[in-house]
Design a protein around this ligand. Structure first.
Ligand code: NAP
Ligand code: G3H
Length: 463
């Protein structure tokens, strides 16, 4: 692209400028989308085998350039080395499994003569067809994995892809695009558009050559996109307020360790982070004492200085300001600060509040930062009621040794996924992953993603 406007990308770890990306104009975006559209007919004609061969190369390249990419992930989105490495390796696996899965999705032959009067020898033969051009919009927090989790299944489904990375994450996105080039993918089968969502976003999502939108990001932007598009299928993974419900008979040591790692890894900048604890009064004190043991062991710092950290600087100062606002509000309204509550620029200490009440913002809002509220409840019914009163419906955890009880609670929770005796989390990547209510539309997870980004074609044969 010839764009002469650029966006400088600074690191959340030290504010250093680490690179720049073009800020495409609408005319340039239009050109990119048109080229991607033109490439779609030919790509749709390639065999599954051929698509898979290109993608296997991308998986191999991710491993080959692992070190470079890990360093970039650390600098651009502030991950510690271990998490960055895990994101890259997990993504290479995701690509391979996507290829294998796509090769094992078959159509059906459905006989017509199962209803009275229907002609014998009449069959509907179904196949999966591409949608055309998929717009993949990714968030900052998994710039590689949440890009590939859209791009790989879209490509295996025979679509071409316009990829719009989060601006903070677009150096990683550009790196990824280079790997597709190195893998020899035909021109314009995967295209990238960089530029601020606030400037080019509306233009991209409403472009007439976009046939499917696969978006991961905040609920506010997801809703904004959904309001603008007409007759374009959407797959959306949005915000969350995942609750960990701890019953009286729970293994409290397990619950405490899962809750603390679930809430604070990558400073809580995960859609699936545990974002509130609903604990039965009788076991609250014991659970909290165990949680305190775990929270004190969290490693906090700057990934440029130390390895294997849990709590790292947040993506930017305005995100830290938002989290800080939630902390101040909880303090003002009388929550008991058990731990943390300190801040140095965008590095916020892991913060734990007890006696959080339902009038506090932290009871309902998604911090996307390292602060965890504990809400004590009198009964299981109250826990379920509070859990379901959230606008969000991504995941919940239930901690109990009674499996029957766990299933009973799981059935009543209004979320896409319930984790029994585990922290809330997405992986492994082939499991269904979805949010209901304000947490999303549609289902991801390798097979589900391929199915979402293709449509059934039925050809009826009359023998
Ligand atoms: P975000 O601010 O909503 O941004 C997400 C993406 O949308 C970015 O690429 C952004 O580009 C783009 N965008 C912004 N305005 C747009 C517009 N008008 N039209 C089209 N695209 C637009 O989210 P984030 O801060 O990157 O990520 C954090 C949020 O994502 C949290 O709420 C988290 O829960 C959610 N999330 C959900 C999941 C899930 O699977 N459920 C996974 C990860 C994150 P710019 O960066 O250029 O603005
Ligand atoms: O941020 C949202 C991601 O989809 C969470 O993935 O549970 O594997 O960290 P994760």
């Amino acid at each position: 692209m010839n764009s002469n406007k650029v966006i400088k990308i600074t690191s959340p770890l030290n504010n250093a400028v680490i690179g720049e990306v073009p800020a495409l104009s609408k005319a340039e975006v239009d050109q990119v989308i048109k080229q991607t559209k033109q490439a779609s007919r030919q790509w749709a004609q390639t065999s599954l085998y051929e698509r898979g061969e290109y993608l296997y190369k991308v998986a191999d390249l991710l491993i080959k350039y692992n070190d470079e990419l890990v360093n970039l992930l650390m600098k651009e989105v502030g991950k510690d080395r271990k998490s960055a490495k895990s994101e890259v390796l997990r993504t290479a696996d995701l690509i391979r499994y996507t290829i294998e899965t796509a090769k094992n999705i078959y159509g059906q032959a459905i006989p017509a003569d199962i209803v009275e009067g229907a002609k014998k020898g009449r069959f509907a033969i179904t196949s999966r067809e591409p949608m055309g051009v998929v717009l993949a919009i990714s968030p900052f927090n998994y710039p590689i994995n949440l890009a590939i989790s859209k791009i790989a299944p879209a490509l295996m489904g025979g679509n071409t892809v316009v990829f719009k990375p989060a601006t903070q994450g677009s150096l990683c996105g550009t790196f990824l695009k280079r790997l597709f080039n190195k893998a020899g993918l035909p021109d314009h089968v995967v295209s990238i558009v960089t530029g601020k969502g606030s400037e080019i976003g509306d233009y991209v999502v409403t472009h007439p050559d976009i046939n499917f939108i696969n978006f991961t990001g905040s609920t506010a932007i997801g809703k904004h996109i959904a309001k603008q598009v007409e007759m374009i299928p959407l797959l959306m993974e949005l915000g969350g307020k995942d609750a960990a419900i701890v019953l009286e008979d729970a293994d409290l040591e397990l619950s405490a360790s899962q809750i603390i790692s679930g809430a604070f890894s990558y400073s809580g900048q995960r859609c699936t982070a545990i974002k509130r604890v609903l604990v039965l009064e009788d076991v609250a004190d014991e659970l909290i004492s165990k949680m305190m043991n775990h929270i004190k062991k969290l490693k906090i710092g700057n990934p440029l200085d130390e390895e294997n950290l849990d709590v790292v600087p947040l993506i930017d100062n305005s995100s830290a300001d938002f989290v800080w606002g939630l902390i101040e509000d909880a303090k003002e309204k009388g929550a008991t600060l058990l731990y943390g509550g300190k801040r140095d620029a965008n590095l916020i200490q892991p913060t734990l509040f007890d006696f959080v009440t339902l009038d506090m913002r932290i009871a309902w809002e998604e911090p996307f930062g390292p602060v965890l509220p504990i809400i004590r409840v009198k009964s299981l019914e109250e826990a379920i009621e509070v859990a379901n009163a959230s606008e969000y419906g991504l995941q919940s955890s239930v901690f109990t040794v009674n499996l029957n009880k766990a299933f009973e609670v799981a059935k009543k929770l209004e979320v896409g996924t319930v984790q029994i005796n585990n922290r809330t989390e997405r992986g492994p990547d082939h499991l269904p992953f979805l949010g209901i209510k304000n947490s999303g539309v549609g289902v991801q997870g390798i097979a589900y993603s391929i199915e979402s980004m293709t449509h059934i074609k039925s050809t009826v044969i009359n023998l």
